[in-house]
Design a protein around this ligand. Structure first.
Ligand code: PMP
Length: 403
């Protein structure tokens, strides 16, 4: 018998499959609203101007090389990322009770957190609670690390807004001390975020039930265009005294997708806990990736450490988030103008890269087959795929399948 004979076929990844289908479609009318990557108004990938400058500066440096980074990563990145996440005047950072380690982008930070929590989670049999729905990889990552994964209610599928009562009830009903995955901002796939008051309620229940918060922050600066506002939830939980982990990605907000640049932050109750926590995170990172990717970290490090480039980066982010917001407004207005059945206000109420349109599976299939318009089966569109050249066509196509 062949060694590999008993291996079953793994299910295909929905997003990657969609991207292959879209690429293979020769239609000039094709619109790809699948993958969550920013596109400019011409529909092209965008290298942030500030990233271009940082790259030039790096490569002009005679000391530039391709040596390994240290196990914890590049201090210019991890230090800058820490201030970005917790704020330049964060008491937790001042009190030296935050440890930040560089990871393979947000996915690697999720996996490192999952492996760490499997070994050191308390209680040992704590399950991981993810929102329904959530980023498809959350379940896969936590299960791969050996966790039991359960869901809490999140999206109200009738209003396409937050089911705050369902969410709070599920977190309240869960056994004490569970691990809860929270999207820091710009929830993927729904674009639905709790309000500041709702975050307070979530923190109340989390504290009451001694749940452990794991924040996944893949879109800081992308949601509202303001990096501080987008860090509100994380900073609220830190200020309320929670110990927590935060996964941070620079894929979207710095456009460093393939460079795999990110961090995992651990906020502990006191500085004397940091040596043990950091030693274990370093050990697990060493065992899985040895050292993180250097190039993206160096680019991001230059941007985060240079005040002029940092300011320019904030402008670049504002440009991306405002273009996305304009596209949301246009799509909603066009659907309303066409008299498309249903309410479309959720398109502008939701924030970040995605809109959860409420289109049904058959409508999504019809859009793909008849109109060459690609989106995930759950009706999520990447708003960044819309532009002034395709928005009329997209609105008319949606109108046609909804009627
Ligand atoms: N978490 C969430 C919620 C995401 O949407 C993404 C990006 N799709 C990630 C993590 C990780 O992305 P990356 O590994 O490219 O940083």
């Amino acid at each position: 018998l062949a060694y590999f004979a008993n291996i079953p076929q793994a299910p295909p990844d929905g997003i990657l499959k969609l991207s292959v289908m879209s690429k293979a479609d020769p239609s000039p009318e094709k619109v790809d609203l699948g993958v969550g990557a920013y596109r400019d108004d011409a529909g092209s990938p965008w290298v942030l101007p500030v990233v271009n400058k940082a790259q030039k500066r790096l490569e002009a440096d005679p000391a530039f090389n391709h040596e390994y980074l240290a196990i914890g990563g590049l201090p210019a990145l991890t230090g800058g990322a820490q201030s970005l996440m917790f704020g330049a005047d964060s008491p937790a950072v001042d009190e030296r009770r935050v440890y930040s380690i560089q990871t393979i982008s947000g996915t690697g930070a999720n996996m490192l957190a999952a492996v760490f929590l499997k070994q050191f989670g308390q209680p040992q049999d704590a399950a991981v609670y993810i929102s329904k729905p959530t980023w498809g990889n959350h379940r896969s990552i936590f299960q791969t690390a050996g966790h039991e994964v359960r869901e809490y209610r999140y999206c109200n599928y009738d209003t396409l807004g937050l089911d705050i009562d369902g969410m709070l009830a599920d977190l309240r009903a869960a056994p004490k001390g569970q691990i809860v995955v929270l999207h820091a901002c710009a929830h993927n796939p729904t674009g639905i975020d709790p309000t500041a008051a709702q975050w307070q309620q979530i923190a109340d229940v989390m504290a009451e039930r001694s749940h452990f918060p794991f924040f996944d922050c893949a879109y800081q600066g992308f949601a509202t265009g303001d990096v501080d506002r987008d860090a509100y939830a994380v900073r609220l939980f830190v200020s309320r005294g929670f110990e927590l982990l935060v996964a941070q990605s620079f894929a979207k907000n710095m456009g460093l997708y393939g460079e795999r640049t990110g961090c995992l932050h651990a906020v502990t109750q006191s500085a004397d806990l940091v040596p043990a926590v950091s030693s274990q995170l370093n050990r697990l990172s060493r065992a899985t990736i040895s050292t993180a990717s250097a190039y993206g970290a160096k680019v991001a490090g230059v941007v985060l450490q240079d005040p002029a480039l940092y300011a320019e980066w904030l402008d670049n982010m504002a440009e991306m988030s405002s273009r996305i917001k304009t596209m949301r407004d246009l799509l909603r207005d066009k659907l309303v103008a066409l008299g498309t059945p249903g309410s479309w206000d959720h398109v502008t109420r939701q924030i970040g890269m995605f809109s959860f349109t409420g289109l049904s599976k058959p409508q999504v299939a019809a859009l793909k087959e008849q109109y060459h318009l690609y989106m995930t089966e759950d009706g999520r569109i990447s708003v960044a795929g819309l532009n002034s050249g395709n928005i009329d066509y997209v609105a008319r196509s949606i109108d046609a399948v909804v009627r």
